[in-house]
Structure formats: C-alpha cells, structure tokens
Design a binder for this molecule. Structure first.
Ligand code: AMP
Ligand code: MG
Length: 403
C-alpha cells in the first residue's frame, strides 16, 4: 500500500497548473501571481525627504549655524533649489531640492522668524531616501507562485500595475454518494443522514480561493453515479465522497473506470482515510474520498488541498510542519501513519504543545471541531510517551492558535 508521502507525491506529480488570466489588482489579492514580477521602475522614484524639516547643504551646517529659510516644499511640490548658505522648509516625501544633500528634522532646529538655528550636527545624506535605494528597475521582486498579500499588492500598485496575471480559480465539482443521504432542506426519513460532506468540501475549496460546484447526491447505483460523474468530469477537478470502501454498494471506482478515469491508486497506508482513491481523466484529477465526515475533511486537507494549490499556481503547496510536544502518551497500532486531530497550544515558554481533544474515532465529529492541528504519527511507531516531539501542522489559518 502507498505511504502517506508517496500518495501525496503521486498526486502532486499528476496535476498541472491551470491557464493564466489577467485580473484587476484587488482581485489578485490572496491568489498566487503567475509570473515573476520584475521591477519596472525605481522605488523611491526620485530622491526625497524622509522627514518634515529643512533641506540644507551639509557643508553649510555646524552646531549653532543660522540659515535663512528661502522657500517651502510640500510633498508633491515641484523641485526647487537650495542656494548656498540657506535652507528650504520641506515635508516628508517632497523631492530633494537641487543643491541640498541633507534634511534637518524640525526637532533638531530652533525655528526663528524666517531663519533656523541648528541644534546638532548634520551629515551629507541625513534623512534622505535616495531614488532606487529600495528597489531598482529590473530587480526580481516577487517570484512566480507567491501569494499576494497586502505588501505585494502595495508593490504592484507602486508600479502602476492595475491588472495582474494569476492562474484561473480551480472549479471543483463535489459529489456526495449514498442511498442514506438527503439534502439539508429535505424532510428526514428513518435512517437518513444529512449530506454534510458536500458543504465541508465546498467550504474547504472556497477557503483556498477555488470555486465549488455542488453536484448534489448520487445514489448507490450505476445509473445515478454515471449521470452525476459525467457532469463532474466537466470541471477542473472532481471530488467524490463515500462509496469507495470494500462494501458491495461501493461503486464509485467502478463507474469512474467505465468513464475513462485512469486510477492511479486506491488505498493509502493512513488512518483515517485509508480507502482514498485517486485517478486522472486526461487533465482532470479525480479524488474519491471516504465518506465519514472526519475522513473526508482530513483527506481533503492532506491530499486535495495541495493539489488545488498547485493547479492555482502556488509555489508553496504544503503547510509547514512544526515540532510540538505531546502532552500525554499516545498508543496506536503500528503499521499505519496516523493523522491525529490535536488541539495546539503555546505555553508561556513559547513551545508548541499538542493534545488530543478527545475520541479519535472517525465517526466523532466533535474532535474535529476542537482540533486546531493535525499531528503526523509515524507508521512504524505504536507508542509515543508524553513529552515526545511530533510533527504537526495547523488546520485553518492563524486562528487555530486562538488569535
Ligand atoms: P461509506 O464510505 O459509503 O461507507 O460511508 C461512510 C460513512 O460516512 C457512513 O456512515 C455514511 O453515512 C457517512 N457519509 C457518507 N457520505 C456522507 C455525506 N455526504 N455526509 C455525511 N455523512 C456521510
Ligand atoms: Mg455509502
């Protein structure tokens, strides 16, 4: 059986980035830029003052020097000249006057009518932001695949880029399967289970900027599955949940095969999530996830999410793993990697601590709600002592740590 890492690698090798599209600057926020961004101009674009104060020539300045103030230059004002032996009042961001080579902040002067007296020493270059000291034309300032945060958006705006090239948002068809399922707004029948997986998956797709397409429920028969799966294969990605175990009504893989989906693997040596299957229909990846809501969400997190991020052109598709200290001993069966739901905390020393928030059974949704991370417990181990370090990644964003 494939290991956790082998399965994820196979998936990442199989999926390819989607086409480029050009979007307005703000619509690119939170998405990955598709191409390297090279600086088209200098930042700052011109030499300018870093302080409110006086533009001077450093040679004219000693402690106690008195300079007449000849002129005033606000930010956005047109350049002026500082004559030898004088000063020009200047505001932050205003272009450095010709002749000037230093700015003296207000606080370092005694302001008198029409003149200033210098309280300290002045060096050439003081409080000047030089053209290009931040960024020079031609610098590679943002690498392809970088997620555009406010800082990157700021930079692109400085370059007057009103549009940005990103990868298309991935369109993900989501299909739940099972005779027992009903939609949230349908009348319940004896033994029915509300379809929650479609909603969980749609939320997870949307969280990373994808577009979920809800296909509803397919029943556990060939006709119903065929009809829905044919639809689903029109999307960029198809995700199904349930119907992939070894039960006699687990027909999802059979129908996918009939529709030309080439199965890459079935079953991963993990818990939960073992019956996960993955295939490709030409460029469309097809994920068949197990039906237990906890298994569905965890397998999405570990296998589908990185694939969708790669398709949307992200350079970093895996969450960083942190070392965290187990707060209690953990017993497990040797032979399978366990994806343990954990509550992650920081202690006062700044160390990450993890503990199971309760029952790890896949039927237990409550622990998924309390979990803020997933700990990876190695396949070969059958026991971890309290205080041992384990690899953990967070679920969701920074809110997982309580802020
Ligand atoms: P299966 O993989 O078909 O054996 O389903 C495993 C378990 O997950 C069963 O208890 C199902 O009722 C449950 N289940 C399957 N699909 C969903 C769904 N869409 N929403 C909620 N529970 C589900
Ligand atoms: Mg079923």
């Amino acid at each position: 059986m494939l290991s956790f890492h082998q399965a994820r690698q196979q998936i990442l090798d199989a999926v390819q980035p989607l086409a480029l599209e050009k979007v307005p600057l703000l619509d690119a926020a939170g998405r990955a830029v598709a191409e390297d961004v090279m600086a088209s101009q200098s930042l700052p674009a011109f030499d300018n003052s870093a302080m409110d104060g006086y533009a001077v020539r450093a040679v004219d300045c000693q402690v106690g020097s008195v300079l007449p103030v000849k002129g005033y230059l606000p930010a956005g004002g047109s350049p002026v000249t500082v004559a030898p032996g004088s000063a020009v009042k200047i505001m932050t961001g205003a272009p450095l006057p010709a002749g000037a080579d230093a700015i003296v902040p207000f606080e370092e002067t005694e302001e008198q009518p029409e003149q200033i007296r210098l309280l300290g020493t002045v060096k050439s270059g003081d409080h000047i932001r030089w053209k290009g000291e931040d960024i020079r034309p031609g610098d590679r300032v943002i690498a392809a695949g970088t997620v555009l945060r406010p800082a990157e958006i700021s930079l692109l705006a400085s370059f007057s880029m009103s549009t940005v090239r990103v990868r298309r948002r991935v369109r993900v068809a989501i299909l739940s399967t099972g005779d027992e399922l009903q939609e949230i707004d349908e009348l319940r029948f004896e033994g029915s289970v509300v379809n929650s997986n479609s909603w969980a998956l749609a939320a997870a797709v949307r969280e990373i900027g994808g577009v979920p397409l809800m296909l509803g429920i397919a029943r556990d028969n060939l006709e119903s599955l065929r009809e829905k799966l044919i639809d689903g294969l029109q999307a960029d990605v198809l995700i199904t949940s349930a119907g992939v175990s070894a039960g006699d009504r687990d027909l999802v893989r059979e129908v996918l095969d009939e529709l030309g989906v080439v199965q890459q693997f079935w079953k991963i040596n993990i818990k939960p999530g073992k019956p996960t299957a993955f295939g490709m229909k030409e460029t469309v990846p097809v994920f068949s996830l197990p039906g237990n809501p906890v298994s569905t969400m965890i397998t999405f997190e570990e296998f589908v999410r990185p694939a969708l991020l790669k398709m949307m052109g992200h350079r970093v598709v895996l969450k960083p793993l942190f070392k965290a200290k187990l707060q209690e001993p953990v017993k497990k069966r040797a032979g399978r990697l366990q994806l343990m739901r954990v509550a992650v905390e920081l202690n006062s020393a700044g160390e990450l601590l993890v503990a199971s928030p309760g029952d790890q059974n896949t039927g237990i949704l409550r622990t998924m709600i309390y979990a803020t991370g997933i700990a990876l417990l190695e396949a070969e181990r059958d026991f971890y002592a309290a205080g041992e370090q384990v690899d953990v990644h967070l679920l969701g964003a920074a809110t997982a740590l309580g802020y």
